[in-house]
Write a protein that binds this ligand. Sequence first.
Ligand code: ASP
Length: 455
Amino acid sequence: MKVCKFGGTSVASAEQIKKVAAIVTADSSRKIVVVSAPGKRCSEDEKVTDLLIRLAEQALNNKETKKELADVVNRYRLIAEGLGLSEEIMHIIELDLHKRLARDKKDPVFYMDYLKASGEDNNAKLIAAYFAHIGIDAKYICPKDAGLLVNNRPERVRALPEGDELLAKLRDEPGIVIFPGFFGYTEDGTLRTFNRGGSDITGSLLAAATEAELYENFTDVDSVFVANPVIVDNPVAIDKMTYREMRELAYAGFSVFHDEALMPAFRRSVPVCIKNTNNPEAPGTLIVKERNHSTQPVIGIAADDGFSTLFVDKYLMNQEIGFGRRLLQILEEEEIPFEHTPSGIDNLSVILRSKFITTDKKARIIHRVKEELNADDVNIQSDFSMIVLVGEGMRHSIGLAARAATAIARTGASIQMINQGSSEVSLVFGVHKKDETKILKELYAEFFQSSAVFS
Ligand code: ASP
């Protein structure tokens, strides 16, 4: 039994939904189908989720919602008409949207979640209606009835394992299950959405709970590539990688698959396959527990910007017990997560995501570190990029870091930080943002092409 998830572009129009039906019926083991809200039909288009966010914002500000509501309804109407469905499904969708809009607004976060989730919920109902219309035995199932339980933390919605037992019963449903992605319910019945792109998480949760043989994640690219195709021309495709490799790549900007979505599949060892709705014959990228890495020690190169470095210098820092803890505690109290902590004998750097450092926080952190830790020098610098070389085979290859550093040196850029994770699955280089593109190209040439760009 397989769980398939179709992302926003795969369900953005009637034409795309017809492809989904063809894919699902082509393999009788495709049993549970998780769908996103209609996404973009072309690059200038808007996602239904974004239209819904605008609609909710208008309503929360007590402003006119007519236009925003019509924008959402029209997207579904176009799809329903293109699929030859009767008006009945449009009644259901319009009624549902009106009900959600009329909800109590006293908690704006919950109100927003209810509206956002309607994108996938109504699309799942529409797709189930289409499947029935063309004679496929399929039904919509609501995450609440299925038992998709989430926690009640306002800022980080996560699935609770207590829901798994009930979710496993989806296996026994007769026919195909059409399941909306992106949201679940708390124990007291409140709807909560995952982070953006969270339908991947729903698919993974269902694949894990039902112990599916495979989780197929259908998107709009043939595979995951070894480097960002926007920067590198025609990069090599990855046919197989491990969960850890995907996690490391997703961390540094590979957005094909939601990084939080790997965990449920990983825990139950369900393989994940990234495939293309527009080219389902292509084998895609398979994500598994282990791979033979002898021929390909490096699986991919990722780059992400928006990092800052907190640099702290104090003479004899290495002898001071609790220095690191107290430094990180200041960050904790300022509610800033840390990414890496490369250190020297008398100095320590903490790499942070710049989006968490407001001007106020920056001044306060510098002041507190100076005062509370008696540091000799403290500063925060921004505009850094992290270039991450990922591969399970790296820990067995000698000279790989030297090859990477030499390639970077060829570009004339300087390396600000090097960090090899303890798992040795990744090697991270902190560089100035302005050098990111040329470094990425050079590393690609070094590890995936025969000739380097700058040699
Ligand atoms: N529709 C939601 C979003 O745009 C969730 C998803 O597509 O996975 O973020």
